[in-house]
Write a protein that binds this ligand. Structure first.
Ligand code: P6P
Length: 340
């Protein structure tokens, strides 16, 4: 659910209007968000014609997780990092495409930015929606000015802003600075993101569950029983629920935000700690969903309260409508005791 704006407002205008509500604001966070918006427009242009510009396919390398890197991944990474570097506000970037921290020209910059430059890249070659995810932290004051990885190991509750860009049937940028979630749709004819949804609220309950059921056999018993619960015929509770799984987290999350329900990427035999990364997938999307009234947990505790130990660590995630996430957590807790 959301409030539809009654007049045309661009992303830049919206950011300025929001900034003006805070007289002490320096405008630096506003500039950072505009930088990301610019990079998103450039990435969107290339995503929409990747087949023609030979940007499809892999570039032959693999990232820190051993996943083959697509040419568009690298293009998106370069565009986002150079946009952030230009405004001298960000001191370092951590990105899925780079093993370690990327120090930018402004080592004095006040922000640290995590990026998944092009999430869902396995879908690039089959023309399925993909997305960029960003998470913004303040650099913590330290007497020793040399930036180290530890400066970036902050829990998700310390994010000052987070958001995503979804390159789908249209290109949508959604973000929050902790004052609700707003979404903008790109109008390519004028090259502007236009406010399309202000103050998104996720439905309290949804009838859609989203999980890769191929790993069913290695799930915890409580998760198996929860998914079976979703599939049982019970018209009074809207069951059986519908199963939807795109395989691009940003696309699955945006659908969950709009229609409600739950997205799950659990621990499994192949991914004992889950597959999705805490710092540049789960934390930013958890901030979005929580700001919209939803919940995000690792099966037990709140995702955003996890103290990270490494910049690329993975975590299981159950995220979406509060009723659905709470129900899943009850099943996990109930049957975990029996498994113990
Ligand atoms: P699986 C894409 O590679 C990604 O990182 C997320 O965008 C997506 O939710 C997940 O992995 C899909 O993983 O194992 O279901 O293919």
């Amino acid at each position: 659910m959301t409030s539809k704006p009654d007049k045309l407002i661009t992303l830049d205008e919206y950011i300025i209007q929001a900034q003006n509500k805070f007289p002490g604001a320096t405008g630096e966070l506003s500039q950072l968000l505009r930088d990301i918006g610019l990079a998103a427009k450039i990435i969107s242009r290339e995503v929409n014609k990747a087949g023609i510009t030979n940007l499809l396919g892999s570039d032959g390398s693999s990232n820190i997780h051993g996943e083959s890197v697509k040419r568009l991944d690298l293009f998106a990474d370069q565009q986002l990092i150079s946009a952030l570097d230009r405004s001298m506000i960000t001191c370092m970037v951590i990105s899925e495409e780079n093993d370690g921290i990327v120090r930018l020209n402004s080592e004095g910059g006040k922000y640290i930015v995590y990026l998944d430059p092009l999430d869902g890249s396995s879908n690039i070659d089959v023309n399925v929606s993909i997305g960029s995810i960003f998470s913004i932290y303040m650099r913590q004051p330290r007497f020793d000015k040399k930036l180290v990885e530890e400066d970036a190991l902050q829990p998700g509750t310390r994010q000052v802003a987070a958001g995503y860009v979804l390159y789908g049937s249209s290109t949508i940028m959604a973000y929050t600075t902790g004052l609700g979630v707003s979404a903008f749709t790109l109008d390519p004819s004028i090259g502007e993101f236009i406010l399309s949804d202000d103050d998104f609220k996720i439905p309290k309950h949804g009838n859609i569950y989203s999980i890769n059921e191929g790993s069913y056999n290695s799930w915890a018993d409580g998760l198996k029983r929860y998914i079976k619960y979703c599939q049982v015929e019970d018209p009074d509770t809207g069951r059986p629920y519908t199963s939807r799984y795109i395989g691009s987290m940003v696309a699955d999350l945006h659908r969950t935000l709009v229609k409600g329900g739950i997205f799950i990427y659990p621990a499994s035999k192949r991914y004992p700690n889950g597959k999705l990364r805490l710092m540049y997938e789960c934390n930013p999307l958890s901030m979005i969903i929580e700001q919209a009234g939803g919940k995000a947990i690792d099966g037990e505790k709140r995702i955003m309260e996890i103290q990270p130990e490494s910049i690329h660590e993975r975590v299981p995630i159950y995220i979406g409508s509060p009723d659905n996430v709470s129900m899943a957590a009850e099943f996990l807790a109930k049957y975990a005791m029996q498994e113990a």
